[in-house]
Design a protein around this ligand. Structure first.
Ligand SMILES: *[C@@H]1O[C@H](CO)[C@@H](O)[C@H](O)[C@H]1NC(C)=O
Length: 455
């Protein structure tokens, strides 16, 4: 055998060995950690008041008068560039209309009554006062309809307001179904009416632990869970960390973020996308160059919030107009990227001004924008990096509803790496990131279908 051939064979064997080594390193599944119980409240751990207290939103006149003053004294807006719609961020003509509505039509007395229509409670979990909505269904005594506890979790820049339309759908018995839900919808710690921590480290992983403890406090050891945005991540973390408590999970933002998925995306997906995504999934698949550009376009906020949330938070905390622009902008392009080209950002196609402003008000009156943004920074803390939870598959039965206009829509072939018990998967042509608020009927039906396959 000639030298060249021998060298070739040795080279081939070496590179096969190296590839195998790299692959096995990359696909290593870390141990699932057992989290210690951190006291997130002020000072050192104290005795926890385990009472569950009824809660009503009741915003002081001082806060409302101050808001009015700030809205009335906002500086005139910078006019948009000629012909620009939402191409440079929130268009100030649109913002001006929103602020006019806020000042002249939006009626907090009525909205507060609306927001108080469901029973709400607070209770202290690991030192933090956690707020949640808890709605039980009304079913006739003689009926054999089963009531299943369902925890639903919101994200950023959302709030429990996203769930006001879907709650009655989930808690009203459906024709032809022998189960219905009892809904528990908490505000994330540091969001809206849930207390924020003053201690570093409260990541989504730690929120998963807080919500597990919240469910236990309410009296549930076993339950179903659902979420979008941060809520989706928390759902998948709860499934990983507490599989004995989670009977089934549903998410409207399922993602696979493991090494294998990244490898598959970049090695296979960029060259042979059809090996990763089906024809139906292809328009939403990230390695398609236009989709990559879109992800960059829509994720600047994330870079800021993951690194220096307190800086931008200062401005947003001080200016209701700035806060509205920052939050409502997300409801244009995250609902549909094409709405960037519309004068009104497409908002009126899907939302009422009251819905959008209720959500902004929850951030404003609770002064919670900075603390909400810190969650992004906590995703990049040492604990999260060392745990590598994204590498651990979820074995709890899971349903994934994918909405075409969401920021990221993962193909089934990737999701199967993460969700080993994917019992339900759908892809809707309509709908974006805020599915619960946009298409409550579609999302509710998807949750019912998933749970039907699990029970
Ligand atoms: C707001 O709504 C309340 C309750 O419906 C009503 O009494 C009040 O007059 C309204 N305020 C304005 C400014 O329209």
């Amino acid at each position: 055998m000639g030298f060249i051939v021998k060298a070739g064979i040795i080279g081939l064997l070496l590179s096969l060995g190296a590839s195998y080594y790299i692959y096995s390193k990359i696909s290593e599944i870390p141990e699932t950690p057992v989290l210690d119980e951190v006291w997130w409240g002020k000072g050192s751990p104290g005795k926890e008041d385990t009472a569950i207290k009824p809660f009503k939103i009741d915003i002081s006149k001082d806060i409302l008068d101050d808001l009015k003053h700030r809205l009335n004294n906002a500086l005139p807006f910078q006019p948009p560039l000629e012909g620009a719609k939402q191409h440079y961020g929130m268009n100030s003509n649109l913002l001006s209309n929103i602020v006019d509505y806020w000042k002249n039509t939006y009626n907090w007395t009525e909205r507060q009554k609306f927001l108080n229509q469901y029973p709400q409670y607070t209770t202290s979990i690991q030192g933090l006062n956690i707020h949640y909505i808890h709605v039980k269904p009304t079913i006739p005594k003689s009926s054999n309809v089963k009531v299943l506890p369902l925890l639903i979790i919101h994200g950023w820049p959302g709030s429990v307001r996203e769930f006001y339309e879907i709650i009655p759908l989930l808690t009203t018995p459906q024709k032809g179904r022998n189960f219905v839900f009892e809904v528990i919808a908490p505000s994330l710690p540091g969001y809206g009416f849930s207390e924020a921590t003053n201690k570093p480290g409260l990541s989504a992983t730690r929120m998963a632990q807080i919500f597990k403890n919240l469910m236990k406090r309410i009296g549930y050891e076993k339950y179903y869970i659902q979420g979008g945005d941060w809520g989706a991540l928390i759902v998948s973390l709860m499934s990983l960390l507490y599989p004995e408590n989670v009977l089934g999970a549903h998410s409207n933002m399922c993602v696979c973020d493991s090494n294998i998925c990244h490898l598959k995306n970049f090695l296979v997906g960029t060259m042979y996308p059809s090996l990763v995504a089906t024809e139906e999934e292809m328009p939403h698949y990230a390695p398609v160059p236009s989709k990559m550009a879109y992800l960059i376009l829509e994720s600047g906020y994330m870079h800021i919030q993951s690194t220096k949330p307190d800086t931008v938070g200062t401005a947003l905390r001080d200016s209701p107009v700035g806060l509205a622009a920052y939050i409502i902008e997300k409801f244009t392009t995250w609902t549909n990227p094409a709405w960037k080209d519309l004068e009104d950002g497409g908002l009126t196609k899907r939302y009422t001004m009251d819905q959008l402003l209720d959500n902004v008000m929850i951030y404003w009156v609770t002064r919670s924008i900075t603390t909400s943004q810190r969650l992004y920074s906590e995703m990049f803390n040492k604990e999260v990096f060392s745990q590598k939870l994204q590498e651990i598959p979820v074995t709890v039965p899971t349903g994934c509803a994918r909405f075409s206009h969401d920021i990221t829509v993962h193909p089934e072939s990737l999701l199967r790496h993460k969700y080993h018990n994917l019992v339900h998967l759908s892809l809707y042509e309509d709908g974006g990131h805020f599915a619960a608020l946009e298409l409550p009927k579609v999302l509710a039906e998807d949750i019912y279908e998933t749970v039907e396959k699990i029970i």
